[in-house]
Design a protein. Sequence first.
Length: 94
Amino acid sequence: MTVSTSRHAILLASAFAASLLSGCASINENLSAAMADTMPRWAGGLPPDAPPRPGTAKYDEFMREREQQRLMPAAERQREQQAKVEQSGLDPVH
């Protein structure tokens, strides 16, 4: 039973492709999150209104503000949101 060189080449090429594909799976979420933080918005990075990452000082402040808004009555919360929309100068998107 002889094996031709073309079969060896196919076997070698498929093993090479499998090793390349398995290397892509080893990229962890921390690396991809760091890349998204440094990418410009036009290239698919984080939008300007994205919440801060957990573990930072801005995140703690963001969570405190969010808790205060949650405890606020609904009518007052709506007025505050309207004021933010008017202040930004952008039309709301529905």
